[in-house]
Design a binder for this molecule. Structure first.
Ligand code: HEM
Length: 189
């Protein structure tokens, strides 16, 4: 006779903590509202992400370092970085960018900042396809953190889903602004 040993289900600490966190979703653009709606991102996702920020903070340098290990393997990307900046400078920029993704807020300033990131990347000639691929290494790292810090199946699933939605919106906004910049520059020419 065999026994099936069920993995111990621990308490959902982050879902509990999320109840007291700020989660603000307030954008004026009708297009962005629709994008948010389509991916089913809501304030409860933002609260949960915000609650998890304490776990991300001590790890954010490692997240960013692993991002650079990945992208520096591509000669084209290494060349762009060395031409326009340094890994040391960009590390700092990316650390604060990553942390800002976990402050539980999506507002007009969030949207504007993504447009600025797109314009900067466009100016330095970074092909848009590298943006989502760079994010995959970040997302892999974050998923690992979720499994290390939550031992509750439902909570793990909700954290991964909330993080995935926010990163997805970020990429949508940046890629869209990239395309808008492309059109603007072509029209000017
Ligand atoms: C996860 C994807 C990425 C994120 C979140 C990100 C984020 C940022 C941010 C926030 C800035 C500052 C923008 C500004 O304030 O104007 C920036 C600048 C920059 N990024 Fe990225 N980036 C990403 C991918 C890449 C990749 C793959 C490269 C490879 C070449 C790259 C190269 C640069 C460079 C060189 C600058 C500085 C440009 C300048 O100041 O002249 N980024 N990035």
């Amino acid at each position: 006779m065999g026994y099936f040993v069920k993995a111990k289900q621990e308490k959902a600490i982050w879902l509990q903590k999320a109840k007291d966190m700020e989660g603000l979703l307030n954008v004026s653009s009708e297009d962005v509202k629709l994008q948010v709606h389509i991916i089913e991102l809501d304030e409860s996702d933002l609260k949960l992400i915000h609650a998890f920020k304490d776990t991300i903070e001590p790890q954010v340098e490692d997240i960013v370092d692993s991002f650079y290990v990945t992208i520096l393997q591509v000669p084209e990307l290494k060349e762009i970085i060395n031409k326009h900046s340094t890994v040391e400078k960009l590390r700092k920029t990316l650390i604060s960018h990553m942390l800002s993704l976990f402050n539980g807020v999506i507002d007009d300033q969030f949207v504007e900042l993504r447009k600025k990131v797109a314009k900067t990347h466009y100016r330095i000639g970074l092909q848009p396809r590298w943006y989502p691929s760079g994010f995959q290494s970040v997302q892999n790292f974050l998923q690992k953190l979720v499994f290390e810090h939550s031992k509750n199946g439902e909570e793990q699933q909700m954290l991964i889903s909330a993080i995935g939605k926010k990163l997805n919106l970020e990429q949508q906004l940046v890629l869209e602004a990239y395309e808008a910049e492309n059109v603007r520059v072509r029209e000017n020419q």
